[in-house]
Design a protein around this ligand. Structure first.
Ligand code: SF4
Length: 295
């Protein structure tokens, strides 16, 4: 298989076949992004020849794959015709595939017409990993995200209309020290209005080589403490009063791991997070985060 680097798999995609279709990101400007620090410059679409070779390899395996996860920073942001060609090839080579997922930015959806979204859906696009990251406008601007809160709601509604489900990502800590509570409140309001299929919570880490690292060195950004991160996560979960969905914090960037169903498990999750905040050993946790591998 062709992978530009050791592939990293989301926990809930553990059963999916990974297929690289892109290296780098078509946006490439988010301040905290370690992927873009590793792959600066324009994103590359993996040539069809390589994709064909990888699909032939997957077809020779013992498993009949039902889902493919397109590997790349935002494969749904590559030119439409090139994406469609790769999705068609997947179905030709792996006829058992029923759905195709991958990372997507809100701006990738915005760039596509309703007709193009319908084509994605017809080709099995579903369960996209969609980076909302925050519903708090100052945090989105600070981190140089291409979307604003209204864009998130608009583009999720367009995916809903096209029949494409998505896991919506929330990034704790994006607003910086002292702003976790307001970020959680604004974001929960946005997520409530969307009520996504699944919510995945991540926590911001500052990695060397990223613009955010430089911002920290210049004193332009102060990361939240781990205690504040737990409290932000708690307030976010507590604020999700209108969501009927899965929520999961299983990624390694989080220093607390749980999953549950909303609203059924909200109270338990809130209690757990309050307890983690109360007992947070800041020195130990920040040391652990500083040694975290880059994603
Ligand atoms: S959209 Fe994602 S991959 Fe692209 S620059 Fe932002 S964080 Fe990095």
């Amino acid at each position: 298989m062709h992978f530009a680097e050791e592939p990293h798999r989301l926990g809930f995609e553990r059963a999916s076949a990974l297929l690289q279709v892109q290296i780098g990101c078509t946006w490439g400007r988010c301040a905290y992004c370690a992927v873009c620090a590793r792959h600066p410059g324009p994103a590359e679409v993996t040539p069809l020849e390589e994709v064909t070779e990888d699909l032939n390899e997957l077809a020779q395996g013992w498993r009949a794959h039902s889902r493919v996860f397109l590997y790349g920073s935002n494969p749904f942001g590559i030119p439409h015709e090139q994406l469609v060609a790769r999705m068609e090839l997947i179905h030709e080579k792996l006829p058992s595939v029923k759905s195709i997922g991958g990372f997507a930015c809100i701006s990738d959806i915005k760039a596509r017409s309703d007709k193009e979204l319908a084509e994605w859906a017809a080709l099995g696009a579903d369960g996209l990993s969609l980076g909302a990251e925050s519903g708090y406008a100052p945090a989105l601007a600070l981190m140089r995200k291409p979307q604003r809160p209204a864009d998130i709601e608009e583009q999720c509604a367009r995916l809903d209309a096209a029949g494409i489900t998505y896991t919506l990502f929330y990034l704790v800590g994006m607003a910086g020290r002292g702003h976790g509570a307001e970020s959680a409140k604004a974001s929960a309001e946005v997520f409530n209005r969307i009520d996504p299929y699944r919510i995945n919570v991540m926590t911001l880490s500052v990695f060397e080589g990223t613009p955010l690292y430089e911002m920290v060195q210049r004193g332009e950004f102060e990361p939240a403490s781990e205690r504040e991160n737990f409290l932000e996560m708690r307030d976010f979960v507590n604020g999700l009063t209108d969501c009927r969905t899965f929520i999961d914090t299983g990624h390694d960037v989080n220093l607390v791991h749980f999953d549950g169903v909303l609203p059924r498990d909200r109270e338990g999750m809130v209690k757990l997070l309050s307890l983690r905040a109360e007992r947070a050993n800041e020195r130990m946790l920040s040391d652990y985060r500083s040694r975290m591998r880059r994603f």
